[in-house]
Design a protein around this ligand. Structure first.
Ligand code: ADP
Length: 471
């Protein structure tokens, strides 16, 4: 039990480590691909920007800068008229919005990039993104900034604050969004303002592009995980199955020893009895003892034959010697001899009428099959056994069911009772003697006749075994 748990825990632990390692590897590959993709498109774009500068002597923002320039000049003029150095919050917001709008609307770089991509055969939709890092109005005469973009002003504050505390400054650069590729940073001082902004492009399907590129490694990773998990499950199941079989075998050996010992010890005692002078003169006693020895020898022989036959079946497919029999008479005969043998005291109700129907079957095996079911019905019964045997024809099959009022079989055991050596848990205590072979025999014989056998049962109520054989 301990060993089994340790193996299970070790297996689960290794699988978790494997999955964690795969996740780390895939994350690394993803990051690498992402960086490569960024680099590739950044290079493309920079190439395009150079081309634009060479062909048109512009960086694509000339119109925007011109508009922002005249707006800044206007605001500065208005401030001069008002004789003020500051702007109201609303004015600042208006100015900043104006700059943002002008940059986004009046830039020519995106359109050029689009055409450039097309000419290079890159069929990708992208949106451009401009982020202003810094905007300042500059009083041209006094050369001092009079207004800074709010964001920049607060960053300046943060920077001086941290500098004072001697800690490294926080990363001032805006965190790039996952689909975005930063292309170029533009910054300069002009007549009436200073402007610093970043231009980036955004592929909506960048994640998909990466996914496509790493699909093979991702697939292999997943496959290896699935493979290892399934291997583990199969190995573990096999281990459990082996353990179960070895337990069954141990039980079988114990039960068999027990079964063999009973007739053997009776024979030994009988032998000793015969040696006694008192008995030797009593003919009646001698006969009785001899009969007992004979009966026990037959039983012993039966047990040994059964074991031998089972091991023979394992090696070869056993041959049926089929004969045509009138099933009604044949069943009656089997039941009659059972009643006068091991089934004494059992009430057997026969509810079948096959009339003159003749069936091809192996009489010896068929008898063994019915006998095994009948003797189990008697053996596994704590009260007076009442057995009902029903029989009918359905869909060209002959169906025989044997119902008892015995101890019944739990749902779990029902799945296993036909297995070799299997005994329901209560059967392992020697209250009910047996080797766990009877039902195994029944199933083998039914299958050899190309039929099958099933069980339905309620613990405490009784069981019904149903044999179906094709006609
Ligand atoms: P054995 O009787 O030698 O143990 P079998 O193969 O005949 O082996 O039966 C397997 C197990 O199925 C038995 O140990 C018993 O627990 C259960 N079983 C079989 N027949 C019956 C029945 N009629 N009622 C209750 N339990 C049964």
């Amino acid at each position: 039990m301990h060993k089994r748990n340790a193996i299970l825990l070790l297996g689960i632990f290794s699988i978790i480590i494997l999955i964690a390692a795969q996740i780390i590897i895939i994350k690394g590959v993803w990051r690498q691909k992402d960086e490569m993709l960024n680099l590739r498109y950044r290079l493309f774009c920079q190439d395009a920007i150079e081309l634009l500068a060479r062909q048109w002597s512009t960086d694509g923002f000339d119109t925007a800068r011109m508009i922002i320039g005249s707006k800044s000049k206007m605001v500065l003029k208005m401030m001069a008229e008002k004789k003020t150095d500051t702007l109201s919050a609303e004015e600042k917001k208006d100015l900043f919005d104006y700059v943002t709008l002008a940059l986004n609307k009046e830039e020519d770089l995106s359109a050029f990039l689009s055409r450039y991509f097309e000419s290079r055969g890159i069929d990708k939709d992208f949106t451009s993104r401009i982020v202003i890092n810094r905007f300042e109005l500059v009083d041209y005469d006094r050369r001092i900034p009079v207004y800074m973009s709010e964001e920049f002003a607060s960053r300046m504050l943060a920077r001086s604050d941290t500098a004072r505390r001697n800690t490294p400054p926080p990363d001032m650069r805006r965190q790039a969004r996952s689909n975005e590729i930063m292309i170029k940073r533009f910054g300069n001082e002009y007549n009436f303002y200073r402007l610093d902004f970043e231009f980036g492009i955004d592929f909506s399907d960048k994640q998909k592009m990466i996914l496509r590129e790493i699909a093979t490694s991702l697939g292999l990773s997943l496959f290896s995980i699935i493979l290892v998990v399934s291997l583990f499950i199969v190995t573990y199941k096999n281990l459990m199955e082996e353990k179960r079989l070895s337990n069954l075998k141990t039980d079988f050996i114990n039960n068999m020893t027990h079964e063999l010992k009973t007739p053997l010890s009776t024979i030994t005692v009988a032998g000793r009895t015969l040696e006694m002078p008192v008995i030797r003169t009593n003919e009646e006693k001698i006969l009785e003892t001899a009969k007992m020895i004979g009966k026990q020898s037959v039983h012993l022989n039966q047990l040994i034959n059964m074991i031998l036959e089972i091991s023979m079946w394992e090696r070869t497919q056993f041959q049926l010697e089929k004969k045509r029999v009138r099933i009604q008479d044949f069943l009656n005969e089997i039941i009659f001899s059972f009643k006068s043998g091991g089934g004494k005291g059992a009430v057997i109700e026969c509810k079948y009428d096959f009339g003159d129907l003749e069936v091809d079957l192996d009489p010896i095996y068929f008898t063994t099959m019915i006998n095994n079911l009948l003797s189990n019905a008697v053996k596994y019964c704590d009260t007076d056994p009442v057995i009902e045997i029903e029989g009918f024809i359905r869909d060209n099959n002959i169906i025989i069911s044997i119902a008892d009022n015995g101890i019944g079989i739990s749902k779990n055991d029902q799945k296993r009772v036909f297995d070799k050596f299997y005994r329901a848990s209560s059967g392992n205590i020697h209250k009910y003697k047996g080797l766990g072979l009877g039902l195994y025999y029944v199933r083998k014989i039914a299958e050899a006749h190309e039929g099958d056998v099933t069980v339905s049962s309620k613990p405490g109520k009784g069981s019904i075994f149903t044999i179906t054989l094709p006609l």
